[in-house]
Design a protein around this ligand. Sequence first.
Ligand code: GLU
Length: 435
Amino acid sequence: MLRFAPSPTGDMHIGNLRVAIFNYVVAKQKNEQFIVRIEDTDKERNIEGKDSEILQILEKFALGHDQLFYQSENLHIHQTLAIRLLEEGKAFVCTCTPEELETDREEAKAAKIAYRYSGRCEAMKSGDLARLKEENIPFVIRLRKPEMAILHKDIIKGEIVTAPNEVDSFVILRADGTPTYNFACACDDMLTGIDCIIRGEDHLSNTPKQIHIKNLLGYSAETQYAHLPIILNTEGKKMSKRDDASSVKWLFLEGFIPDAIANYLLLLGNKTPHEIFTLPEAIEWFDLASISKSAAKFDIDKLRFVNREHLRRMDARRLSTLFGFADADIGLLAKIYLEEASTLGELETKVQAIFRPKNFDCEWGEQMRILQKVIYDAPMIMDFEQFKEHLSKESTLKGKAFFKPLRLLLTGAEHGPELADIYPYIKSYILEIAS
Ligand code: GLU
């Protein structure tokens, strides 16, 4: 069982999308369910509408899920499990005030050592709970740190050993009764039988904590982990919100298509048998273990190349509809422009220039008018050579004075692909185009 567990706290980052794709692919390979769990427990960080945005993006990428749930639906289960750990003495109530904890943190900082919980409330028992409630004393529930090191084998990172002190006695239930990320996450993974967790390496330090939680809850099923290296920008820094290309929404607006983005993210830091492929093809050969251990650098030029190749392979009629045309011709016309354009946005600019009313107020305006008149008076000519001969004969224009205005009239641009290549796809719109 695999899961994608996004927090509805911002725009979908390509790093998250990569995690979703990898989980989906592995679920399909294992013939197991793919669960989407919206991690909405931290109410203050949730942003209205981001959950549906995430779900829409997953749909655009055809990452269909078998189950969808919101983490907050499990609140009472998280609370019950926290109380159970408390009653079993595996967790304790902690009444340390935020000020006390802050002082401890500052002391650790001054001593240049990593902050760890002081252990001040470790002796408190579940029996103290009633008194604290009665006296209205705020408390949290902390899990007792493990007695032995936590060991786990990561598919990408290898074997990782975490000392008990590093796991620390951490909070599982906050003073307002809500679970912390690690606790809610570990409980839900356990409850849904997630046996393979693929996520970003920023979560690597959470893994021993989550293993410890599951151990104390008596969950013994084996879980595999794979932490994906971060994605770097061109400057070699972690791709953040400040990098436009980190936002899936931005990539869509630029005209990168889902098939190409998915292809690129599967290619990133990976050894693949082909460079251009579809998601169903990747399911055939994808191997998590072949993902590079080191960070991958995002390369927009490579993505542009992959996008171009997917546009080239796209059904022409489908491509036409993206530009508002029903017949395949415009898709085929757009494909010719893939020599000089890579995104839907760039292709659209080219196609629009062909159909937009032409500017006759230019160096070749006069000749364009002459050619326009000949085109208006001519019958529809199927063959470009014949079309050219007819225009040249009727207009008496020659050489540059013929070709320059003809190109401008037909494409709205001074340069571009061979007119002979374009003509078959524009001939049926010629009167509209030469206007
Ligand atoms: N909500 C966490 C995130 O979006 C999930 C991490 C995980 O997959 O466990 O980063």
